[in-house]
Design a protein around this ligand. Sequence first.
Ligand SMILES: [Zn+2]
Length: 123
Amino acid sequence: MENCPTCNARLKGNRICRRCKTDFSRALEAAEQAQAHLRLAAEAYSDGRFETMLEHARHAFALHRTGTSGHLLACAALLQGNYHLALSAWKTIEKGRKPDARAAAQRSSSVDDPSANRNDPPT
Ligand SMILES: [Zn+2]
């Protein structure tokens, strides 16, 4: 977190905003714990312990909803055959993405998709 979400002042690594005095200690602790769970999930994946991976991915996502934690949870859920959870995590992350990022993702995916070429005459 570089800027205060309340007043947009630069935080410069501080846990309390110098301008509005908002305390981010708990939020930053949750984010740090989420990072630890992401590392543990990655280790569990490397060891083929997918159930443990899913457990850590759930904790990480619950503590800090980011694209990384959501995508990891979706992958962990897929590896466990929990398609409902995978889709739910994916949709949650996609819903939270900024419109600019979503549009960029759609543009890049349409570049990869040859059927998206609008210069081709209709068949
Ligand atoms: Zn502030």
